[in-house]
Design a protein around this ligand. Sequence first.
Ligand code: BG6
Length: 470
Amino acid sequence: MQYSQVSPFPSDFLWGASTSAYQVEGGWDADGKGPSVMDVRERHSDDIADFTVAADHYHHYREDVALFAELGLTAYRFSVSWSRVLPDGDGEPNPAGVAFYHNLIDELVAHGIEPILTMYHFDLPDALDQRGGWNNRDTIDAFVAYARLLFEEYGSKVSTWLTINEQNMMILHSQALGSAGRNGGDMGVMYQQNHHMAVAQAKAMTLCHEILPEAKIGPAPNIVSVYPASPDPADIVAADDWDAVRNLLYLDLAVRGSYHPTAWAYLTERGWTPDILDGDLDTLAAGRPDFIAFNYYSTQTVGAPRGDGADLSQRGEDQQIVRGEVGLYRAVKNELLDTNAFGWEIDPVGMRTTLRRIWDRYRLPLIITENGLGAVDELVDGRIHDDYRIDYLRRHIEQIQWAISDGVEVFGYCPWTAIDIVSTHQGFKKRYGFIYVDRGEDDLRELARVKKDSFFWYQIVISSQGSKLS
Ligand code: BG6
C-alpha cells in the first residue's frame, strides 16, 4: 500500500550502529584473552587482513565512544568476546577481559548511549572447539555459565541482550564463519550443532528473565524475504521451502520453541534430524524472547530445483549470496535489483516485506541489528565521500518507515557498522563504517579515525528523528 503520509519514527526509537568483537577489537591475545575460532581459522585467499589488530578498538574504545556520541547514536550494538572474558570458554574468568567490557559499557552509558550486548558473534572460544565445539553438549553448559557471568557482571547496566548472532548463517555457511570447523562438511552434524545452540539459547533466555526480570533478550538471526523466481506454483513452493530452511527453522526454534514442520520434513528427508534428549523440547518451549533482532542485507530469489548442477550458484561461500541446493531450490539472480561491488543484491523494499513477514508471524517488537553497504572507500584529502552508502541507508530507512506505517512495531535500527571493521571475507578493504579507520590490509599506519560523509548525514537523521533523510 502507498500512504499519503508515512508515520513518524517513535520518539524512543533506537538510532544505533553495530560492530562485533572479533571484527573491531583487535588485541586478540591482549591481557589474558584466549584465542577464538576466528583467530585460528584458515584464511580465505582474498581475506588478507587478519583479526589480530582489526580496528584496534580494544585500545581506542574511549575515542571511539566519544565519536559515537558525536554521531548522536542512542544505542550501540557490540558483542562480547567470549574468550576475552573466559579464555578457556568456561572455568576461571579473565579479570582484565571482564574489566574491558565494564569500561566500555560505562563509557557508553556516560555518553547516554544504550548498550545492546550480543553474547556470541561467530567467535566460539577455541578451547571449546578443541573439545568438540557445538558438537559437544557440554558447550551448552559452557554457554549458560558464560551467560550467567555476563548477566551478573553487566546486568545492572545493560537492559537489551542479544543471544547468538546469525545462528542460521553459522549453520549454513559454517566453513566461512568459523562456527564449527569440526563438521567435515556433514550437514547432519551441523543440524545437531544447531539443536545444541538452540537449547543453549533457550536456557540463556530463561536465565536472563530469572536474574534480570527487567531486561529484554532476543535472538539475532539473518532473516530476509525469499522471492519466487516467477508465478509458477513450483517456484512458489521452492521459495516457501527455502524460507522454511533458511529463516523459519531458526525463528521458530527461538520464538516458538519448536521445529518448523516443513524444515523438520526437510531434515527428515535428508536424514539430518538431530538427536533430541528428554527435556530439550521443554527447555526450548520455556525460552521466550522479548523481541526479535535480525540482520538484513538483501532478499533472495529462488526457483524450483531442476535436480542438476544448474541449481547451484557458482558464487561461493558468501553468506549473503543465494547458493541453491539440489532438490530444494535453484539460485536465481533477481534482474530487477542492482548489486553492490561484491555481488550482493540491493533491495530496500525487501526490508519492508521482511519486517512485515516477521511481525505477521510472531507479533514481537523488531529491531534491525545489521544492514549496510560494504564498499572500497577512498580517503581523498582527508575526506571520504561515501554518497553510495548514504543512498543505500536512506532507501532502507525509508522502507522501515513504510513498515512502521503498515503497523509493524519496530523499535530500533543498528546499521552495520559504527566504525570500519574487518569484513568476514574481504579483509579491511571492504568497509561499512560511518567512521573510517586509516589502515591498509598489511600497513596499519596510525589507525586514525576519520568521519565519513555518511557520519554527518546520519547525525542529521538521528537528530531529526528520521524526519530528514536527504
Ligand atoms: C553478517 C555478519 O553476516 O554480515 C557480520 O553478522 C558481517 O559479521 C556482515 O561482517 C557483513 O558481511 P561481510 O562478509 O561483508 O563482512
